[in-house]
Design a binder for this molecule. Structure first.
Ligand code: NAI
Length: 334
């Protein structure tokens, strides 16, 4: 029998945590044959709530769930973990400056980088969800130099799935018929959902989305804004930040990474840039990737038109600024 996989969820007493842990325990992240041990971390004020989550996990009697460790000690939480899902963050509160939010978050990620580096299993895969996701992941990467940079990623799969959802609605098709959209850049309102390479499976075979959606205004403007602003639209409607869709996207991200992407299709992932598509080396930037044998690689050779280039550069610029801000919060220069 396979050893159980140890999955760390930080900020596990929060909203996404509550949606995510049952998905992991049901095998939606690592497959129906893979047993798991959940390591749940939160901070002291949330300790009682965290224990409540643990009680519910026990009550659900999940066959794949072999144990639950719930703790407020980051070193204990990180011990031996194979996968780390980082939901822990400090939310922006009314009246707070961008710099204050950044400062709180980068210090969390700097501290957790060092705990992971010391305690995690070799080859631990890390997914940062908490915002600013790309920059938190960057700080984690820079302050955990012994973790291979390939192992540190951030979530843009929610934006990817949102773009697919919008196209499927527009064409009155099912989401599983749409593939190969791309999210470029930062998980923020500058992200660029690119549909130039996206295809749809129809009864007449595979067609390009651009061929089927004749409405250029919708493709070049409305779709982009809808995906960029979807997080805010969910908060307006549901009164809380997206949780079930974020949890589901986190499962998609890890499942594809560990078990591989389907033949002929890619996903979007925030990964460190090796300079592909002219993006500054070392940034955590969302690219189209395929995965095989537990490793991602950036899809190469896609044709980029002028419209896309400008949008890819704008979101890169924002990430460079975030990086500078993050370092100035840590009192260091880059
Ligand atoms: P939440 O506020 O409900 O949960 C966050 C949890 O983190 C809380 O339980 C809090 O006590 C805990 N926490 C704070 N500091 C901690 C620390 N140092 N160590 C351990 N735990 C700590 O927030 P929610 O809705 O679950 O969202 C989590 C994060 O994910 C937020 O930053 C949110 O902006 C981000 N997000 C990212 C998305 C993406 O696509 N990348 C999509 C949706 C949300």
């Amino acid at each position: 029998e396979k050893e159980p996989t140890r999955v760390l969820v930080t900020g596990a007493a929060g909203q996404i945590g509550y949606a995510l842990v049952p998905m992991i325990a049901r095998g939606l992240m690592l497959g129906p044959d893979q047993a798991v041990i959940l390591h749940l971390l939160d901070i002291e004020p949330a300790a009682e709530a965290l224990n409540g989550v643990k009680m519910e996990l026990i009550d659900a009697a999940f066959p794949l769930l072999k144990d639950v460790i719930a703790t407020t000690d980051v070193m204990e939480a990180c011990e031996g973990v194979d996968i780390a899902i980082m939901l822990a963050g400090f939310p922006r509160q009314e009246g707070m400056e961008r710099k204050d939010v950044m400062s709180k978050n980068v210090s969390i990620y700097k501290a957790q980088a060092s705990a992971l580096e010391q305690q995690a299993a070799e080859n631990c895969k890390v997914l940062v969800v908490a915002n600013p996701a790309n920059t938190n992941a960057l700080i984690l990467k820079e302050f955990a130099p012994s973790i291979p940079e390939k192992n540190i990623t951030c979530l843009t799969m929610l934006d990817h799935n949102r773009a697919i959802g919008q196209i499927a609605e527009k064409l009155n098709l099912h989401a599983s018929d749409v593939k190969n959209v791309i999210i470029w850049g930062n998980h923020s309102s500058t992200l660029y959902p690119d549909v130039n390479h996206a295809t749809v499976t129809t009864t007449d075979g595979v067609k390009r989305v651009r061929e089927l959606v004749a409405d250029d205004h919708w493709l070049n403007k409305e779709l982009i804004t809808t995906v960029q602003q979807r997080g805010a639209a969910i908060i307006k409607a549901w009164k809380l930040s997206s949780a079930l869709s974020a949890a589901s996207a986190a499962c998609d991200h890890i499942r594809n990474w560990v078990l591989g992407t389907n033949k002929g299709s890619w996903i979007s992932m925030g990964v460190y840039s090796d300079g592909s598509y002219g993006i500054q080396h070392g940034l955590i930037y969302s690219f189209p990737v395929t995965c095989k044998n537990g490793e991602w690689s950036i899809v190469q050779g896609l044709k980029i038109d002028e419209f896309s280039r400008a949008k890819m550069d704008a979101t890169e610029k924002e990430l460079i600024e975030e990086k500078e801000l993050a370092y100035s919060c840590l009192g260091q220069s880059i």
